[in-house]
Design a protein around this ligand. Structure first.
Ligand code: SAH
Ligand code: SF4
Length: 412
């Protein structure tokens, strides 16, 4: 039995509208280019961009007709030439605990290719709500424990497609603080029984790049998307509430801190190079010592802004008490948080998740070293059970479940 309720979502792009480009997801320069394209005089563009920004990213407008402070004539020209369409949501799932997942279809890179699909997951918790977004379709790195790495199709998402994931989530949650009258949630009832609803001002308070793909291999797309997402006049999710997770692309870590300034998460998963080389092949290029040096000098790192180290628990591979002790030793001197992630199995994998007692033992050592309790037990377990049940289903479904688990295993 799956705890998920499937809802059918009508396509967000009406037939015939495909030829026009959407302005959703564009940064200010992109909107200015659109203004130029339709002949808005240069001196007027900045003001028009601000108006569009406000309507698209603060009020969540879906039609240019809503933009009452924009002249009728310009509204008509905009409608003729552009849309405010979102990427297409092909499936939405709502779990009993309030977790939501959207399957999003994106255009193929080459004609004749199947359209690409990505997942975006929303995880509500008592004090916050986290949106887990994807940075690529598939991944070029082939970490042995990760299903995404086995996917054949790979492409970078555009900045617009990354921002689009947040816009879709806001639409479906009915969360547009600037909208008046308030926009309705796309769901029958947001506060379904038993669901967790964040006791925070907003439903979406945090964003993590822990979905599909290696965000630091799509540096420009991710950077540009974050500039739009963090902008205080629009979507307004601050950079300290955005976490980028990397498998260890060392040269880009410094740039992430200096040019973007978000929080950093590092998928460590092994404490010796011999093992890390095997499970994260990128380690051969950037070994543990180099990776940890980049963390030590990450611009902006401090006790108030710690780096999250992710550690997936693989039975008999990386889960001994000696591994735990070595982990703690390696991280000495780095302001760090540790997330232990129960391994989420997928069809064909050679790995198993560590036993619960082993995870507890590992967690205890980490805890005694001064790191807050790092495993999300109840919900992680709940989903793990669901995963086991979904094992025989399609790979897509299993990939989806994996993402939810991963995101749920995170702690602040
Ligand atoms: N490519 C980036 C971000 C996406 S993966 C990275 O590797 O960090 C997000 C997290 O999920 C990473 O820590 C990744 O190692 C972990 N992960 C991948 N496959 C997993 C699985 N089957 N079970 C549990 N965690 C997994
Ligand atoms: Fe790519 Fe991250 Fe999966 Fe490794 S763990 S294959 S880097 S998505």
């Amino acid at each position: 039995m799956s705890a998920m309720l499937d809802l059918t979502v009508p396509p967000s792009v009406p037939a015939g509208a495909a030829a026009k480009l959407s302005l959703v997801g564009r940064d200010r320069a992109g909107l200015a280019a659109a203004m130029a394209e339709i002949g808005v005089p240069e001196g007027e563009r900045k003001m028009r961009v601000s108006q569009l920004w406000h309507w698209i990213y603060f009020r969540g407008a879906r039609e240019f007709a809503e933009m009452t402070n924009v002249s009728k004539k310009l509204r008509a020209t905009l409608t003729e030439n552009f849309t405010l369409a979102r990427p297409e949501v092909v499936a939405e799932q709502v779990s009993n605990d309030g977790t939501r997942k959207w399957l999003i279809r994106l255009p193929a890179e080459q004609t004749g290719e199947k359209p690409h699909e990505i997942e975006t997951v929303y995880i509500p918790e008592a004090g916050r709500g986290t949106l887990c977004v994807s940075a690529q379709v598939g991944c070029t790195l082939s970490c042995t424990f990760c299903h995404t790495g086995t996917q054949r199709l790979v492409r970078n998402l555009t900045a617009e497609e990354i921002v689009g994931q947040l816009v879709i989530a806001r639409d479906r949650l009915g969360e547009w603080p600037g909208a008046s009258p308030p926009r309705k949630s796309g769901l029958p009832d947001l506060r379904i029984q038993g669901a967790i609803v964040p006791q925070a001002e907003r439903f979406i308070t945090n964003i993590v790049f822990m979905g599909m793909g290696e965000p630091l291999y799509n540096f420009d797309g991710v950077k540009n998307a974050i500039e739009v997402i963090a902008d205080g006049d629009g979507l307004s999710v601050g950079k300290r509430r955005i976490t980028v997770s990397t498998s260890g692309v060392v040269p880009m870590i410094e740039r992430l801190g200096a040019e973007v300034g978000t929080m950093l998460a590092v998928s460590l998963h092994a404490v010796r190079d011999s093992l890390r080389d095997e499970i994260i092949p990128l380690n051969k290029k950037y070994p543990i010592a180099q990776l940890l040096d980049a963390c030590r000098t990450y611009p902006g790192v401090s006790n108030a802004r710690r780096i999250t180290f992710e550690y997936v628990m693989l039975k008999g591979v990386n889960d001994t008490p000696a591994d735990a002790k070595e982990l703690v030793r390696l991280l000495q001197g780095i302001p760090a948080k540790i997330n232990l992630i129960p391994f989420n199995p997928w069809p064909g994998t050679i790995y198993e998740c560590s036993d619960w007692e082993t995870i507890e033992q590992f967690s205890e050592i980490v805890f005694r070293a001064g790191y807050a309790s790092p495993v999300r037990r109840p919900r992680g377990r709940d989903i793990l059970a669901a995963c086991g049940q979904l094992k025989s289903e399609t790979q897509k479904l299993s990939a989806r479940e994996r993402m939810a688990l991963r995101a749920m295993a995170m702690t602040d």
